[in-house]
Design a protein around this ligand. Structure first.
Ligand code: ADP
Ligand code: MG
Length: 718
């Protein structure tokens, strides 16, 4: 059997490792949910009452933490961790690379008599000092002062990560420079949640509600690919860049539409059951699993949580998904576009605002709830319209450039889909109908014999980047590999600003003047909604976001169309962005500039790695295969074919040379923004030229000589 077939047969083998035992779930204590989390239940049992109450006050009401309580919490946490076999602890944080970071320290230290004891102080719990110099800071951290601090985030519970050979305690932390500037994605997210809380409470009071804490919530749906690890390790491009830099389109792709929601292959289901089990232990409330559109593509979604915990859980999920795949002889690909010509992977960020008892984006049944809902929905529309460029920038990355705007992912133009019902509510209010009756007429349709239908049925628009889905908005343009942190930081901040702006208008109208009496809430609200919808409604679009007509129409409406990462990133430091972020104390001008610099750097570095990997694979793997093939043709006296092959090889050699030259250091512009544009326009273009010839060669060269696993194998053999 040729090498290729042998590999494929090996890849198709797997035997269940049967590592999961399942018991009678009706017996108390069988559920493993949260068993590796130092959550409220565990805290209550282990902490002195007063300490527990103080800690809860910090967590529930955002009250500052009394450092006196740290020692007691540390002691309880350490005992809990040791009971579970954890020998080490780590501050777990989220530097600007977009992933997570950890540095493990042992609980154990030697004592004079040759033995060692486990210790963990409050100081070690609340503060760490990792060497910040190895993390990107975008110029915030001068080289002479490399210090950075991690600080305990008590609102996200500590957890234990298990390895076959041991366990360690992870403490979620924020990461800042010694000057107090954020070097991570958690700090701004927490600041943005606080900002929205304040603005939303102000609005609730206007609506006559008692002030109460408002949280933002997220439920991220995560798409991913699974391929056999045998193929993965045969592809230097997947290893180095996470995506295939070569690969001809397979005869069978996703045309048959036979994968989506199809039955889940046994090996994949076994894997899913294990990640769900691991995540359950970590307290991640995983709810949904299914096949996605592309062959080899799947989705996992949790139940929503507050944005901070939800983000931590999302990052943990990505980590667990990748780790567990190897136990099944597979690799989990989280790149936004691992295979050209096949659907890419996104992350749908379901987002809402909520008090302890009510979702503020749920239309509700009473007039009061309807009005409140309309108010908050209006704030979102205004925010998305005003800050469309920033939202676009918040999801920009090298991986996303292959997907956004293509015929499978949302367009690069940010618009909102409201659904027919809600859009007609807004248009009638804008046309002068009072808010209350417009809302009641459309949203309280109750058709006698039918059970009351949930309001989010039916109306869906897969082409919209930002869609209302019944009781939340779904920001559907995030990339599979992205932390949801920054996109949510942006959402929270810009919506906070819009809520305040609408509140000001409402307050002014309701107060009235000496001559004119104040208006009722209903009347004032109708006017504010009408005016806001008139000025921001251009961002609302319910048609086909993929169509050329929409691009033309969007341009007419003055909406931004930022096609690539280098186009979008400057929005991070636009006057408007700097304004809203500094007004709400979420990120300073300097912090924003540092983020721009890191994002540009990451873009350039990623493309540079891709370009070098592509040139190496082409020169050292594909070209030799083509040369061997040519020798066979010549040896067999197949002159005409040999001539064609020679032409291809010549083209290929030229294209490789051109790529190598384009990516020479001395040819890169020195200015970072210019370099990013150069990578996109020149280096990436040169890579595509190499790929075009390579993909033709793949269909020409003898099967047993071609050194890379093909799309037809990677996507279909499992
Ligand atoms: P669909 O594929 O139809 O969008 P899924 O069930 O796959 O639906 O995912 C919906 C996601 O939306 C889930 O993660 C769910 O927890 C989340 N979600 C539901 N309500 C809210 C909310 N109020 N805030 C944030 N996320 C929410
Ligand atoms: Mg969805």
């Amino acid at each position: 059997m040729p090498r290729v077939r042998g590999t494929n047969v090996a890849a198709a083998q797997w035997s269940p490792n049967g590592s999961i035992t399942f018991g009678d779930l009706t017996i108390p204590g069988t559920s493993i949910y949260g068993s590796n989390v130092f959550g409220p239940d565990e805290q209550r049992q282990r902490l002195p009452k007063t300490i527990f109450r103080q800690l809860q006050a910090t967590i529930d009401r955002g009250e500052p933490l009394d450092s006196g309580l740290a020692d007691a919490v540390a002691l309880a946490m350490k005992d809990w961790a040791l009971e579970r076999g954890a020998t080490h602890y780590t501050h777990w944080f989220q530097p600007l690379t977009g992933s997570t970071a950890e540095k493990h320290d042992s609980f154990y230290g030697p004592v004079g008599d040759g033995t060692s004891i486990a210790q963990f102080s409050g100081k070690e719990l609340i503060r760490g000092e990792p060497d910040a110099s190895s993390f990107p800071s975008g110029g915030i951290r001068a080289t002479f002062e490399a210090r950075g601090y991690t600080a305990w985030d008590p609102t996200s519970p500590a957890f234990i990560m298990e390895n076959p050979n041991g366990a360690y305690l992870c403490i979620p932390t924020a990461f800042a420079s010694w000057t107090g500037e954020a070097l991570d994605t958690k700090i701004p997210l927490l600041r943005s949640m606080a900002a929205l809380d304040k603005s939303a409470q102000r609005a609730l009071v206007l609506f006559g509600d008692a002030p109460q804490r408002v949280y933002t919530t997220i439920g991220p749906e995560q798409e991913y690919f699974l391929i056999d690890e045998q193929f993965y390790f045969e592809r230097p491009d997947l290893i180095a860049t996470g995506r295939t830099l070569f690969g001809a389109k397979p005869a069978k792709g996703q045309q048959l539409d036979d994968h989506y929601f199809g039955s889940i292959p046994e090996r994949v289901l076994a894997y899913m059951l294990e990640i769900e089990r691991e995540l359950a232990k970590l307290g991640v409330p995983v709810k949904t699993r299914h096949n996605e559109v592309a062959p080899g593509q799947y989705e996992i979604a949790p139940i929503f949580e507050n944005s901070n915990v939800g983000t931590d859980h999302q990052l943990l999920s990505m980590q667990v998904m990748q780790a567990v795949a190897r136990r099944y002889g597979m690799v989990c690909l989280l790149h936004e576009k691992p295979f050209a010509g096949v659907n890419g992977s996104g992350k749908h960020n379901n987002w809402s605002m909520s008090t302890d008892d009510a979702n503020l984006l749920d239309p509700g049944d009473s007039p009061h709830d309807n009005l409140q809902f309309l108010f908050f929905a209006t704030a979102v529309i205004r925010a998305v319209d005003k800050h469309q460029g920033l939202l676009r920038a918040s999801i920009a990355s090298a991986g996303q450039d292959h997907r956004l705007g293509a015929n499978e992912a949302p367009p690069a133009i940010i618009s909102i889909f409201l659904g027919k019902e809600l859009e007609s509510v807004f248009t009638s209010i804008a046309a002068g109908e009072p808010a209350e009756s417009a809302a009641r007429e459309v949203m309280n349709l109750k058709a006698g014999v039918l059970p009351e239908l949930p309001k989010d049925t039916g109306d869906r628009n897969r082409t919209s980047p930002f869609a209302f889905t019944g009781n939340r908005f779904e920001f559907r343009a995030l990339g599979s590999n992205q932390s949801p942190s920054f996109a949510n930081t942006v959402l929270n901040t810009i919506v906070a600003e819009s809520i305040d702006s609408l509140c000001e208008d409402l307050e002014a109208k309701m107060a009235g003047t000496k001559k004119k009496p104040g208006k009722t809430l209903e009347d004032a609200l109708s006017e504010v909604i009408a005016a806001t919808y008139k000025s921001s409604g251009r961002v609302v679009f319910d048609g086909d976001g993929y169509s050329d007509e929409w691009h033309a129409e969007a341009a007419k409406r003055g909406l931004l169309n930022l096609k690539t990462t280098p186009d979008a990133l400057p929005q991070l430091v636009s006057e408007q962005t700097v304004g809203v972020f500094s007004n709400y104390g979420v990120l300073s001008d300097r912090e924003l500039h540092s983020r721009l610099e890191v994002a540009l750097e990451q873009y350039v570095i990623k493309l540079n790695i891709e370009a070098e990997t592509a040139a190496d694979i082409a020169a050292t793997m594909l070209l030799p295969a083509a040369a061997r093939h040519l020798a066979i043709l010549k040896g067999a006296g197949l002159t005409a074919l040999a001539k064609e092959c020679t032409t291809l090889i010549d083209q290929f050699t030229k294209a490789i040379k051109a790529l190598q030259t384009a990516n020479l250091d001395e040819n890169h512009p020195t200015d970072l923004a210019e370099e990013a544009a150069y990578m996109r326009d020149t280096v990436f273009a040169a890579m595509n030229d190499v790929r075009a010839v390579a993909d033709t060669l793949e269909r020409t060269v003898a099967d047993d000589l071609w050194p890379l696993p093909r799309y037809s194998e990677m996507l279909f053999i499992r």
